[in-house]
Design a protein around this ligand. Structure first.
Ligand SMILES: Nc1ncnc2c1ncn2[C@@H]1O[C@H](COP(=O)(O)OP(=O)(O)O)[C@@H](O)[C@H]1O
Ligand SMILES: [Mg+2]
Length: 527
């Protein structure tokens, strides 16, 4: 008591002539520390002291009560590193950081405890260990409101985590690939097989044949389904940005927005799947780096001299003829062989007309569901309209079919869609052309052969010779069609090379990409 009373006086008037000497104040502090320690020792349920190496050097009698629940006897507890004998302890962290943890809840097999952990320092101020107090051993009863709040937050956290996992779950399965004809069944059989492996997969097929859909399905059926599927559309990213997009940027490599660095898609897909769409558009210079990432599962972010390990399964897709590109030197042979381990060829719609009805049915339901209009029920398609659809060349395949169905559905309130409802949506089915479309064979429906093309295997979206009726449609729509035809022709003339096509058309590459990305999409070059 007298010691304690002297403490404020010593601090308040250190320079007064009759004040106790400074050494006395030091002594007071020592005593204060000791009595604090005693108070804590007496009131705490248990006390433990560890040294700099995290070894337990002393425990109070109170602490010994917890030993059976922790599964230890005193002789094999004292002297051990604390993390070996007390699960979830943070004593080591307090020693290493020198920062106290004044109040915390510690949970392990012995129960939940309210604990306090303080670093111990020597005269030089260096951390020499830590002291830990178990303040309460049944905080759930004595600290009910706090613990109830903790439990509630814990519950909310679990629920939020579950929701995130749900949202991340792949939206498509292999079964979402509609079709039961022999060709579609073979595609699905192959997809299920490759899903069991970690090798690269190459999806080949015209635009709109379901490559992206199938990539999602394969990911969902693979052991990586719980992890991310990350997509890059190589054609949509300017060449100069692709490397950073793929491999990331090290912090400090650039100034400005990139100063902090950025993760690349490979890193984001770690543990999961990376979908590389339009792989045929990959610049040659980057193909070597991609090959290395594929083979070594190692990436080197821009501006960094360190390689990072990743675990990524790659699914690549293209509508271009990679083998032909290898022959002309625009695609690296070694990358092609690495990607071509498990190729799956997706047939164009005109080669699997047996699935047309099922596709119309499934797409129709999806269109109705997504329209957001409660009154827009699913519409059926009349047999004569199905015949009309079957006679189309479908250069844009199922994507184009979907757009045509959507347009026809929006055009009328009738529940059954007839041939006339498709007139405006089909390039070959203006009022005067519908009959011709039904009777003519699909193969004759492509553009007439041009000089320099063989005209046989090449399908080009064709424009009908405009009849007066066909001209009585929205101008923007007609302009789009003319633009699409010009772009298609340019792409065909340049073998699918977009840079050259943009030059031919005297337009910027960005403008060309924008038009290529536009829906409905009828621009396609196939071989
Ligand atoms: N077999 C299929 N069954 C159902 N929908 C399909 C099928 N194939 C494609 N689709 C739909 O057609 C559109 C284009 O498919 P997508 O996978 O993007 O084609 P791609 O990547 O080959 O261009 C998407 O809306 C997709 O859901
Ligand atoms: Mg695609």
């Amino acid at each position: 008591m007298s010691e304690a009373a002297a403490f404020p006086a010593a601090c308040a008037a250190p320079s007064a002539p009759d004040a106790p000497p400074v050494l006395g104040a030091q002594r007071v502090l020592e005593l204060a520390a000791r009595s604090l320690f005693d108070v804590f020792n007496r009131t705490a349920m248990g006390t433990m002291v560890v040294d700099k190496a995290h070894r337990i050097v002393w425990i109070s009698d109170g602490y010994k009560r917890f030993l059976p629940a922790l599964g230890h006897a005193e002789q094999d507890f004292v002297g051990k590193r604390v993390e070996e004998v007390v699960p979830n302890t943070l004593m080591g962290q307090v020693v290493d950081s020198g920062q106290p943890i004044l109040v915390d809840l510690l949970t392990n097999q012995a129960g939940t405890f309210l604990v306090s952990r303080l670093p111990l320092r020597n005269d030089a101020g260096e951390v020499i260990g830590a002291v830990g107090y178990v303040l309460l051993d049944h905080p759930e009863s004595t600290m009910q409101p706090l613990v109830a709040k903790f439990a509630q937050l814990q519950g909310e956290l679990v629920a939020a985590r579950r929701e995130i996992a749900q949202a991340r779950r792949p939206k498509h399965s292999i079964a979402s690939f509609i079709g039961s004809g022999a060709a579609a069944l073979e595609v699905k059989r192959l997809a299920r097989r490759v899903a069991l492996t970690d090798s690269p997969v190459l999806l080949l097929g015209e635009t709109g044949t379901g490559k992206e859909l199938l990539a999602h399905g394969i990911h969902a059926a693979s052991r990586r389904a719980g992890r991310a599927l990350v997509s890059v559309n190589i054609a949509a990213v300017p060449d100069t940005l692709l490397e950073a997009e793929f491999f990331g940027v090290a912090p400090g490599a650039y100034t400005g927005a990139e100063r902090k660095g950025r993760e690349g898609r490979f890193k984001l897909a770690d543990g999961g799947t990376l979908f590389l769409d339009e792989i045929g558009d990959m610049p040659l210079a980057l193909q070597a780096k991609l090959l290395r990432a594929l083979q070594e599962q190692e990436i080197e972010p821009l501006g960094s001299n360190r390689v990072e390990r990743v675990d990524v399964r790659v699914i690549a897709a293209t509508s271009r003829d990679l083998a032909a590109m290898v022959a002309t030197g625009t695609f690296r042979a070694d990358l092609f062989y690495r990607l071509n381990v498990l190729p799956i060829r997706l047939p164009p719609l005109r080669e699997r007309l047996e699935d047309l009805e099922a596709l119309v049915e499934a797409l129709g339901e999806d269109i109705a569901r997504r329209s957001g209009m409660a009154q827009m029920a699913h519409k059926s398609v009349a047999p004569e309209a199905l015949d009309l659809l079957a006679a189309q060349p479908w250069p844009g395949n199922i994507r184009e079919l979907r757009n045509v169905l959507e347009q026809a559905t929006l055009m009328t309130d009738e529940r059954v869609l007839g041939a006339r409802h498709f007139a405006a949506a089909l390039p070959l089915a203006g009022p005067g052309l519908a009959v011709a479309a039904v009777t003519a064979a699909p193969a004759t429906r492509g553009a007439p052969a041009r000089p320099g093309t063989d005209g046989g295997e090449t399908t080009v979206a064709a424009l009908p010779a405009p009849s007066p009726a066909a001209l009585l449609r929205p101008l923007a729509e007609q302009v789009n069609e003319v633009e699409d035809a010009a772009i298609t022709a340019a792409l065909e003339a340049t073998g699918g090379n977009r840079v050259a096509a943009a030059k031919l058309l005297r337009m910027s590459r960005a403008a060309l990409y924008a038009k290529l990305a536009r829906q409905p999409r009828r621009i396609v070059v196939t071989r």
